[in-house]
Design a protein around this ligand. Structure first.
Ligand SMILES: [Zn+2]
Length: 272
């Protein structure tokens, strides 16, 4: 599943090449998670502005025609190609522009491209409203993060995955950040002290920054961004390492299930 770092790497890859591009045509494939929400031809003639990201959504402003909110779902990827190759069976959206064709390939079709009059109104505002803070937003201070944890009674790992406090902590990043911070993933969020909350926020930022570094190299090598989490996983300290030795204490990494998702942690290094 594309996580926040993959989406951000995608944004970096398409933002500059698409700036100022004129939309020449729009091609729709099979239905995605949500409909486009406007007649495709109304987008033709508009100009693409700077691409931004909010959580795992990308926003492509189309000057004169609102903009498009794109989500990659479970299996989606966006690629900007020089020429419009014939669409394959999993290519469900093409934005044909004067700077190339932006194509959404999504075998499982949980992704979506949704038109909105602006990012802060209409369908975009509705879809983005439940999202928590951006992890690197300076406005997300340790005090604010701690206050958010204090209001939640569920396990801290669950709070991270939900994304209502902070976005971007997908399963692998949540497990790794909790290891770095030394916090047992089953700890109730409301019981985490202010110093530990501060360590957890720092660990999450460090973990995501590292994933972005890995993604940056992926982008330079023109490899598929889907290879990214695999590459990051190769250096993971607990994720995917059930029954292997912890590199810090030599103890055994455990796997448990929380909310139908695997959690990996080291009982020696992570405490409640
Ligand atoms: Zn350990």
């Amino acid at each position: 599943m594309p996580e926040l770092p993959e989406v951000e790497v995608t944004r970096r890859g398409i933002d500059e090449p698409l700036r100022g591009a004129r939309v020449l045509a729009v091609r729709l494939g099979k239905p995605l998670r949500w409909p486009l929400g406007c007649p495709a031809e109304t987008l033709v003639g508009s100009t693409v502005g700077p691409v931004s990201r909010r959580g795992k959504y990308l926003w492509l402003p189309l000057q004169g025609s609102g903009g498009l909110l794109v989500h990659l779902g479970m299996s989606g990827s966006l690629a900007l190609g020089a020429a419009a190759a014939p669409a394959g069976p999993h290519d469900h959206f093409d934005l044909v522009t004067s700077h190339g064709t932006l194509r959404l390939t999504d075998p499982r079709r949980f992704g979506a491209v949704v038109w909105s009059p602006a990012i802060d109104s209409g369908p975009a505002a509705k879809l983005l409203a439940p999202l928590g803070h951006e992890p690197f937003d300076p406005a997300l201070t340790p005090a604010l993060f701690h206050a958010g944890l204090r209001r939640r009674r569920t396990a801290v790992k669950t709070v991270l995955l939900e994304g209502s406090l902070v976005v971007g902590a997908g399963n692998i990043y949540a497990c790794e950040a909790l290891f770095v911070a030394g916090i047992d993933p089953r700890t109730r969020a409301e019981r985490i002290s202010r110093p530990r909350a501060e360590r957890l926020l720092a660990a999450l930022r460090e973990t995501l920054a590292r994933a972005l570094d890995v993604g940056g190299s992926t982008l330079r090598d023109f490899r598929d961004v889907h290879g990214m989490s695999g590459e990051f996983q190769a250096e993971a300290r607990v994720y995917g390492r059930e029954r292997l030795a912890c590199g810090r204490c030599g103890g055994t990494v455990r796997r448990i299930v929380q909310n139908q998702r695997s959690t990996f942690f080291c009982p020696g290094c992570q405490t409640r």
